[in-house]
Every structure is written in structure tokens, then in C-alpha cells.
Design a protein around this ligand. Structure first.
Ligand SMILES: [Zn+2]
Length: 444
């Protein structure tokens, strides 16, 4: 796949765009959004019908906030439209002959939900990847091992962005851990990308094979995505210790692109590629915008993706946003992902995310860091219990349990009903996305 030449030697992949003052950035977004809405309305049967039904026209958009009059889409709409009009659905805004690549959503059952790209969309996608890679400090001198799934998963072709940047790339994919460690030991790549669970698991596997990732392997930067761990300080610190590497969190969304936000070297939130994707953060109940720092649902709108525009896509992810200029000089908004609305459970009126529990468990020394949450109903009230694993701690079970109850109460506001301390390696290890919540509540 051909990629255009792009040469930079400085701190930024695209300095002008990445450091554009907010007022100019927002003018640029508005200009692109007007064109994009008009394009969607004229070329996508779905958007024409949806805008007409909502009584809105693209020419009514004069300010970015006018977008709030336009209807939302979500994963369910995306799936339904594809099934109603195979193969690519009527959200499509180009003829199928112009589509050169499709990815399929992970985790879906039955017919995979496809995300189509034109040649130009794919080029933009890879330029965004290269920008995110550059921001973590990856350079043409680096050797990069891409350890994400290639089979229809949008994270697979992200490797092309690393090649565009000029790094030497190993397209490892999801090879078995032993093989991946062999590649890492033999060829000493410096950067890799995987999930936090897998980075942890791979580090443990290496140690079990007598390889110390901190000294025997050359990995100095680990990019993670797909789970909140990369932004949880204790999880990040634990993985960094194992590998003697720096961890960078990326956020990807298979319904649009692979990664579209990533940490810079300041590692204080993830910069969204705002010249290509517009962000709204909304209260999930009222759908009104929330201020910076207040958690809300991330709603994304594409600004250029032609094959299938996404107008006001409700991601189901709860985030906080920060629009202030980062210490790195970039002006693009920084997001912090708290968790998925679907994974959230409510205990005594308190919203609890698995990532909050992870924060507590991984902050306690002497545990392995693995955990499992079980949510149950008891007399019409939800309760949760925790299973954790003893690591190197010599504390008594009672004392560890006391500490977990205390920290959970402090951090989450609600204690678990029960805490069990298990032997090391009792809980299932994940090689992709960890499943850490068992919900036994009766579904009404
Ligand atoms: Zn930054």
C-alpha cells in the first residue's frame, strides 16, 4: 500500500496543525464540518433521511454548537443500517467501487460490523497514526513490533502509520507469546503496541522463561490501547517496572479509525486528532454538554471520512476533557477515558467503573494486580465482591482485606460486600481484552 512521503525532523509530526491556536482550530473544524455534513446529506441515503426526519439541513450549521440540532447515531444504528442494506449499509456515502478497505468491529457476534475506507480515508487514517506515533517519541531509528490482531481488526493496519513515520516494522500480529518474546530477544525492537493486560501477561511470561524484560529486551516504549489500564497510574507504573519502559495510552474506535487519540511525552491525557474528528462531551442522561473535567459520554463526529461519515456517534465511553494547551505545546484537546457506560455498575447510587477498582487494587503493594469483580442483587440492592491474588505480600489475609475495604471506600465511595484473597495465578490471564466483571444481577 503506497503512502505519501512526509518528512519532519522536529518535535511535531505536523507542527502547524498540532499547535494551531484553539480559535483557528475551531474555525478549521467548522469549515470542514460544513462540507462534511453537506457531503453526508447529498450522498448517504441514511443521513438524508435522518436529517429530514429531524428537520435539519446542513446549511443551518453556522457555529460548531449548531451541530447539537443534528441526530445521534450509535453502534446499533450502524449495525441495523448495514443489515438493512448489505453489504456496507446505507450510511455509506460513496459507491462501493471507491472502498478499498474494511475493518470489522471486535467482540461482535454474528455478522461483523464493517467500517469502510476510501483510499483517501485510509491515507488520512495512517497520517493520523504516524502523528500519534511521533508524539510518543517514535523516530525512524526505532524498531517497532506491532503485536495487534491483523484479522479484520482496525488496529492491524495501524502498523502502516509506523512505516510511514520511517520506523523499521515487524508485523508480528498475535503470534504466540513465546514467539513474540523470541522476536523481542533476537532482534531487540525498541517500541511495541499491545493491550495493557497483554503487556502485563507478556512480562510475566518472559520472567517465567528466565527472560528479564527490563534488561534482556530492548523495548523502551510500550503503546497500549483497548482497556483503561494505560491511564491508571498504578497499572502503568507496574508495567513500566516490569519492562523498564515508558507506557503510552492510545484510544481507538473501530467504528471510525484505529487510534484517534494518544498520549504525548507529557502523558497527561490523550490528544485527539481534532482537525479530523470533532469532540462533544455530553451528560449521558440529559445529552447536554458538560464542562471540562466533568465526566460525560464521548460523542464523535468525523470531519473528513468520506466512505461512511459518522455524525454525532455516541461512543458509550465516559471521559473527561481538557481544552487547555498541553505542556508539550499541542492545542488539541486531551481526553481521559474513565470507562464504558456498559461496564459501569451502580452500588447505592454510586457509579462504579472497573477502572476505579483497578486503581485501588493495583495501588496496593504485594498483590499481583489481577482481580475479578462479581456484581449481584441482594434484596433489590446491587452489591459487589472482589477476588484478588496475593503476590509477594507477607501480610495476613485479614490485614490485606481490611486495607482493600478501606481503600475501596475512600476511592469508590462504596465497599465491596466481600473480598477473597486467592493464590497467585488463580484468576484467568487475558491475552487481549480482560473480562474482569461478572454481572449476576437479574435482568429486568
Ligand atoms: Zn501534550
Amino acid at each position: 500500500m503506497g503512502v505519501a512521503e512526509h518528512v519532519t525532523t522536529g518535535k511535531y509530526w505536523d507542527e502547524e496543525i498540532e499547535t494551531l491556536p484553539r480559535s483557528q482550530l475551531e474555525s478549521l473544524q467548522l469549515e470542514k464540518l460544513k462540507i462534511h455534513l453537506d457531503f453526508a446529506y447529498r450522498h448517504s441515503p441514511y443521513y438524508k433521511a435522518a436529517f429530514d426526519a429531524a428537520g435539519v439541513r446542513p446549511e443551518q450549521l453556522n457555529r460548531l454548537s449548531d451541530l447539537r440540532a443534528f441526530p445521534f447515531v450509535n453502534k446499533q444504528v450502524e449495525r441495523e443500517r448495514q443489515l438493512a442494506s448489505p453489504m456496507l449499509g446505507d450510511m455509506l456515502a460513496v459507491p462501493e467501487r471507491d472502498v478499498v478497505f474494511v475493518s470489522a468491529s471486535s467482540g461482535s457476534t454474528g455478522v461483523p460490523t464493517l467500517s469502510p475506507f476510501t483510499s483517501k480515508d485510509f491515507e488520512t487514517f495512517q497520517n493520523n497514526q504516524a502523528r500519534l506515533f511521533w508524539a510518543v517519541g517514535m523516530r525512524p531509528e526505532d524498531r517497532y513490533v506491532h503485536a495487534l490482531n491483523f484479522t479484520l481488526f482496525v488496529g492491524g493496519p495501524d502498523v502502516i502509520g509506523a512505516q510511514k513515520l520511517g520506523a523499521l516494522c515487524f508485523w508480528a500480529g498475535t503470534v504466540p507469546s513465546d514467539r513474540l518474546l523470541f522476536i523481542m530477544k533476537e532482534f531487540q525492537p525498541t517500541v511495541t503496541w499491545t493491550t495493557p493486560s497483554y503487556a502485563w501477561h507478556l512480562g510475566e511470561t518472559a520472567r517465567a522463561h528466565g527472560i528479564d524484560p527490563a534488561t534482556d529486551l530492548g523495548i523502551r516504549k510500550i503503546i497500549v490501547a483497548g482497556e483503561p489500564g494505560g491511564s491508571i497510574p498504578a497499572t502503568r507504573a507496574a508495567i513500566e517496572r516490569i519492562w523498564n519502559a515508558q507506557l503510552y495510552d492510545f484510544y481507538g474506535i473501530s467504528d471510525i479509525y484505529g487510534a484517534c487519540a494518544g498520549m504525548c511525552e507529557a502523558r497527561d491525557g490523550l490528544h485527539l486528532v481534532e482537525d479530523d474528528i470533532l469532540l462533544e462531551v455530553l451528560d449521558p442522561a440529559t445529552l447536554e454538554p458538560v464542562p471540562d473535567g466533568t465526566p460525560g459520554e464521548m460523542v464523535l463526529t468525523t470531519l473528513t471520512k468520506a466512505a461512511r461519515p459518522m455524525i454525532r456517534f455516541r461512543t458509550g465511553d465516559i471521559i473527561t476533557a481538557d481544552h487547555t494547551r498541553c505542556t508539550c505545546g499541542r492545542t488539541h484537546v486531551r481526553i481521559k477515558v474513565i470507562g464504558r457506560i456498559d461496564d459501569m455498575f451502580i452500588i447505592n447510587g454510586v457509579n462504579v467503573f472497573p477502572s476505579d477498582v483497578e486503581f485501588v487494587i493495583r495501588s496496593i503493594p504485594g498483590l499481583t494486580g489481577e482481580f475479578r469483580i462479581t456484581v449481584t442483587d441482594q434484596k433489590h440492592l446491587s452489591r459487589y465482591s472482589l477476588e484478588v491474588e496475593r503476590g509477594e505480600s507477607t501480610e495476613s489475609d485479614a490485614s490485606l482485606i481490611e486495607r482493600i475495604l478501606h481503600d475501596a471506600k475512600t476511592r469508590l465511595g462504596v465497599r465491596p460486600k466481600e473480598v477473597s484473597i486467592l493464590d497467585p495465578h488463580t484468576l484467568p490471564r487475558s491475552t487481549h481484552k480482560a473480562k474482569r466483571v461478572i454481572d449476576l444481577r437479574k435482568k429486568s
